[in-house]
Design a protein around this ligand. Structure first.
Ligand SMILES: Cc1ncc(COP(=O)(O)O)c(C=O)c1O
Length: 393
């Protein structure tokens, strides 16, 4: 079956965070990380079936859900997962906070590397830890770990938070780098939390995501956070999970969760089971469509928006662009005023950059890019005019 990712779906009146930010304004939203695509039919079917039973009481994960997730972890990720490793969560963000609180004392350091999802710096601060940021090194639009910087800062950190693939730069950290991270954490007695929410959207042919739990050396000091919500477009269902092989670490993590949430959303569980067990083909077609959008955008930017430089975007569905050559103080604001809502790179730790979510029908992406082109052409014309005036004076 061919799935229709070109279908434009009106989300007006659905309380969408992404669209409602611009309610009443002619701004196309490309900021928040959810997709403009309908869920896979198997997910809709699973939820419809559960919906038909009229009681929505507290529920526990089914054997089928365990099986689907364990099979996925073992067969796709090469992680020798056991049922008892799994901890159910309403989302990754609360788990980042729980990770900080479970293993530290007030004031301990938590290391991470920007540019990164803003909850990475926010959670240590909210949990009264000390954020220890060692920014990725940048060469052109390629990023890599600053091993020297990390070594120098290690004495100040008890935990390390990894984003793999890394939002917003789309980097898939290599197996070699993960081995090295495992060794680094071992040497410095640090625990590692790997947020792999974007791991199933790998756009670059020949590339593969490696989970932290596929690295044997990392297993006893790592917690893995995963969710089907990005790949299968279900973030409003609030379902995620952690896999924690080390029992004392798992118990400490669970203790922190106790009292906050014990059970997860029934529809989230149904959707997750269907996603992992039945939606492989849908995911493959989604990835192909997103790759097409990324390549379309890259060639559009090169031809029509040469002031912008687009990163490699090996993974995730967000483009990371250097907009400093535009010469405007706040590029995200500039594009928003032109009717295109993008994320401000400053929120991820690098100002002058913007992030654009291209998980939408190609027609919407093209409409947004054309608006950006018009705005940049007008900016160019204004600059040329100003230049001509100053020469004439
Ligand atoms: C790296 C990363 N982690 C976590 C989240 C959010 O996860 P959740 O909605 O499960 O809290 C996002 C959302 O964009 C993300 O990019």
């Amino acid at each position: 079956m061919n799935y229709d990712f070109d279908r434009v779906i009106d989300r007006t009146g659905t309380s969408s965070v992404k669209w409602d930010r611009y309610e009443g304004r002619d701004v196309l939203p490309f900021w928040l990380a959810d997709m403009e695509f309908a869920c896979a039919p198997a997910i809709l079917r699973a939820m419809e079936e559960r919906l038909r039973h009229p009681i929505y009481g507290y529920s526990t994960p089914s054997k089928e859900l365990y099986d689907a997730i364990l099979t996925y972890l073992r067969e796709e990720k090469g992680v020798p997962a056991e049922a008892e490793w799994l901890v159910w969560l309403p989302g990754i963000v609360p788990a980042l906070g729980a990770f900080c609180r479970a293993y530290t004392r007030t004031g301990d350091g938590v290391m991470y590397s920007t540019p990164v999802y803003p909850q990475f710096p926010a959670n240590p601060v909210n949990s009264r830890m000390r954020p220890v940021n060692v920014p990725l090194l940048r060469e052109g639009m390629n990023y890599s770990f600053d091993w020297n910087g990390m070594r120098n800062a290690a004495h100040a950190a008890r935990l390390l938070m990894l984003c793999n693939p890394q939002n917003p730069v789309g980097k898939i950290h290599s197996r070699e780098d993960l081995e090295r991270l495992a060794e680094f954490c071992e040497r410095n007695d640090m625990l590692l939390c790997s947020d792999e929410i974007h791991c199933d959207i790998v756009l670059e042919p020949g590339m593969k995501h490696t989970s932290i739990l596929a690295i044997e050396r990392a297993r006893e000091r790592s917690i893995l956070l995963m969710s089907p919500s990005k790949t299968f477009n279900t973030p409003g269902l609030f379902f995620a999970f952690a896999a924690i092989p080390n029992k004392p670490l798992r118990e400490a993590f669970k203790r922190v969760l106790r009292g906050s949430y014990e059970w997860v959303n029934i529809f989230g569980m149904e959707a997750a089971r269907a996603a992992y067990a039945e939606c492989g083909e849908w995911r493959a077609q989604l990835t192909g469509y997103l790759r097409g959008n990324r390549d379309f955008m890259r060639s559009f930017v090169k031809t029509n928006l040469p002031e912008l430089t687009m990163g490699p975007c090996h993974s995730t569905y967000v483009a990371w662009l250097d907009a400093r050559s535009l010469g405007v103080e706040k590029p995200a604001k500039f594009f928003e005023e032109a009717g295109v809502g993008v994320s401000d790179g400053a929120d991820y730790g690098e100002s002058g950059m913007i992030r654009l979510n291209y998980a939408c029908p190609r027609a919407m992406l093209e409409a947004g890019l054309r608006r950006m082109q018009t705005a940049v052409e007008e900016l160019r014309a204004t600059k040329e005019k100003a230049g001509a005036c100053s020469i004439a004076m």
